[in-house]
Design a protein. Structure first.
Length: 340
């Protein structure tokens, strides 16, 4: 019966971001665009501002995290994520999530979490050494709570999050087996077509600390400067030389943002053949980025005047989300016999 219910169940989307400063176009290409596309397609959609998860590596910067919650909400709305189509809420306002996390912790071994490739990578990047915060090592379990609390089956994420989905599904199976009932629902990742945009310096990833990002809130002049100094093909010395399109950041960005795909293909062929200079291609990219970012920036400016109303919306949505998560928690506690 439960299995049938689950199969016939609605398509429920849940995703989230750690709030940490402003969004850049890498976030847009890698995830926001996908969510904007998805917001009309499914029965229910939840977008979580994961402030608790952000604290797992920013505990000494907690005010920066809380201030970034509003900035992230403004970025979401400016990009066209509609609060009518998505329940946008704040993780720390959902009391059932830490309770679910504590229960799930008994279904996961320490060595399993330590083997999680994303956790491993991040641990190295952040240089924790042997001083790993418990909250950090535990975050995949907390993320499983985020997803399962809402019975989400679709999770739009970047490919770096695939290990989290796998870990979530292991917890789901283990909990359901223990309860002898399909209380939790398995989920799948929905990957976007552009998974990762390189930094303006050609580095593998845009990152605030490397200063190689174009932000959604950047002004016209800043965008132009960043585009004109972008990494291209270091061996393309003279205009008449053949150039490399692959690994050329300017073309990576055009692939992600230029709406005129056929003209872009021609441009790529011309560049590869030789006779097309970097400055020309960059000017074109600048036009494309200005056209794309101007309306977002304008909308952002308007939304900045509405912080009060936006916070009200987030709180109201969080109340609704808290109730749904609470129902899942109650179901699980009942199945585990924790009903007094
Ligand atoms: N870990 C995600 C990130 O770093 C953010 C996140 C938290 C999330 N909870 C989630 C993503 C639940 C998807 C589903 O980007």
């Amino acid at each position: 019966m439960a299995e049938q219910e689950r199969k016939q169940g609605k398509d429920i989307v849940l995703t989230g971001d750690r709030p940490s400063g402003r969004l850049h176009i890498g976030h847009y290409a890698g995830s926001i665009a996908n969510r904007v596309r998805m917001q009309d397609l499914y029965d229910e959609s939840y977008i979580m501002i994961a402030d608790i998860q952000a604290l797992t590596d920013h505990m000494h910067d907690s005010h920066k995290v809380s201030e970034s919650v509003m900035e992230l909400a403004i970025d979401y709305l400016a990009c066209g994520l509609s609060p009518d189509k998505n329940t946008i809420f704040i993780q720390s306002l959902i009391p059932a999530l830490p309770e679910l996390t504590i229960l799930y912790m008994n279904f996961v071994t320490l060595s399993r979490v330590q083997r999680n490739p994303t956790v491993k990578n991040e641990m190295q990047q952040k240089g924790f050494g042997s001083s790993i915060p418990m909250g950090f090592i535990n975050y995949p379990i907390s993320q499983a709570a985020d997803i399962t609390a809402f019975k989400a089956n679709l999770v739009p994420v970047g490919d770096d999050q695939l290990p989290m989905i796998e870990q979530t599904n292991e917890i789901v199976r283990s909990v359901n087996r223990t309860c002898n009932k399909d209380i939790l629902r398995e989920c799948e990742a929905v990957l976007s077509t552009v998974t990762r945009l390189p930094g303006t310096d050609g580095g593998a990833k845009m990152s605030k600390s490397l200063g190689n990002c174009i932000y959604l809130s950047d002004d016209e002049e800043t965008i132009k400067q960043k585009v004109m100094s972008m990494f291209t093909d270091p061996d393309h010395l003279r205009v008449e030389d053949p150039g490399k399109v692959e690994g050329n950041t300017v073309f990576d960005y055009l692939t992600a943002f230029d709406p005129d795909k056929s003209a872009l293909e021609e441009m790529k062929a011309h560049y590869a053949r030789g006779g097309l200079g970097d400055v020309k291609v960059k000017r074109h990219l600048n036009d494309v980025m200005q056209d794309f970012l101007a309306p977002i920036r304008a909308r952002r400016k308007e939304l900045e005047q509405d912080r009060g109303a936006i916070m009200d919306m987030l709180k109201e949505n969080s109340l609704k989300a808290a109730e749904i998560a609470e129902n899942t928690l109650e179901e699980l506690k009942t199945a585990l016999g924790l009903k007094y």
